[in-house]
Write a new protein. Structure first.
Length: 108
């Protein structure tokens, strides 16, 4: 399979997983495997972008912000990751805690 196809498939898996988990309840969690030969996924809040060298191949918005270790801007490369739904700890305008997606390297 071509490198670009692997990048796109991994990106699509992350979008699908993040969307599915977003519509679950707190504690919902799924694993996703990313194969990123020569590429990366840049994350900023709910915007995720597939990049290769200086080119952006795809961009998508997830239903909820994605964070990693309390960072809302980071880069993902190849590996297995766990995506879970959690409370952010910050109150929304209505006074309730808002939900967000957390991603971390999956434990083997």
């Amino acid at each position: 399979m071509k490198r670009k196809q692997k990048l796109i498939q991994s990106f699509d898996r992350l979008v699908e997983t993040g969307t599915q988990v977003s519509y679950g309840g707190p504690g919902e969690e799924q694993r996703v495997r990313l194969e990123m030969p020569g590429g990366r996924i840049a994350v900023k809040d709910s915007l995720i972008q597939l990049k290769r060298e200086n080119e952006t191949l795809r961009s998508e918005y997830l239903p909820l912000p994605l964070s990693s270790r309390d960072r809302d801007s980071f880069v993902l490369r190849s590996g297995s990751f766990s995506v879970g739904l959690t409370y952010s700890g910050e109150s929304s305008d209505s006074g309730s805690n808002s939900l967000l997606l957390e991603i971390e390297e999956a434990k083997k």
